[in-house]
Design a protein around this ligand. Structure first.
Ligand code: RB5
Length: 149
C-alpha cells in the first residue's frame, strides 16, 4: 500500500516520525508536506495529499497540522475524500470499518508520537466492513455529488 503524508509547519517532526514508522511497517510513503518550520498555510498541503488520494497516486493519506482540524477540512474539500480527524486509535479503526475513510488527520499539538503511530497503524490495517455501512457511505457520496460541481 502506498501512503501520502502531508503537514504544515506545526508538524514537521511528527510527520518525519510517523513517516519513518510507516516505512518500518513496510509501506511506501510519499511526502506532500512542508519540511521546515517556516509558517505555511495548511490548506495547501491538505489539498496536495487529498488530490493524490483522489486521483489514485496513493492509496490512503495522513494529514497533520496543529490540531488536525484545518488540514482535515482542506482534505474534505476534494471530491472523493473522506478525511477523519482522530485523536485515538478507536476512532481511527471505526473510521475505516464504518466510514471507509481514506485520509486520517490528527494534531501534532494535540497528541504525542506514540498515539499517532497507533492511529496510523490501525488506520492502514483495518478494512471497510461494507454491508449497511456501504449504504451510508453511498449516502455521503450522494450528498457530495449534489453539492460538489
Ligand atoms: C497553525 O498555527 C495552525 O493553525 C494549524 O496548524 C492548524 O492547527 C489549523 O487547523
Amino acid at each position: 500500500m502506498k501512503i501520502g503524508i502531508a503537514n504544515d509547519h506545526s508538524a514537521v517532526a511528527m510527520k518525519n516520525e510517523v513517516k519513518e514508522y510507516l516505512e518500518s511497517l513496510g509501506y511506501e510513503v510519499v511526502n506532500f508536506g512542508t519540511d521546515t518550520d517556516d509558517s505555511v498555510d495548511y490548506p495547501v498541503y491538505g489539498e496536495k495529499v487529498a488530490e493524490a488520494v483522489a486521483n489514485g497516486e496513493v492509496d490512503r493519506g495522513v494529514a497533520i497540522c496543529g490540531t488536525g482540524v484545518g488540514i482535515g477540512l482542506a482534505c474534505n474539500k476534494v471530491k472523493g475524500i473522506r478525511a477523519c480527524t482522530c485523536s485515538e486509535p478507536y476512532s481511527a479503526e471505526y473510521s475505516r470499518r464504518h466510514n471507509n475513510a481514506n485520509v486520517v488527520t490528527f494534531g501534532a499539538r494535540v497528541i504525542g508520537p506514540e498515539t499517532a503511530k497507533q492511529i496510523v497503524k490501525v488506520f492502514m490495517e483495518t478494512p471497510f466492513e461494507g454491508g449497511r455501512h456501504e449504504r451510508r457511505v453511498n449516502q455521503l457520496i450522494e450528498i457530495e455529488n449534489k453539492y460538489f460541481k
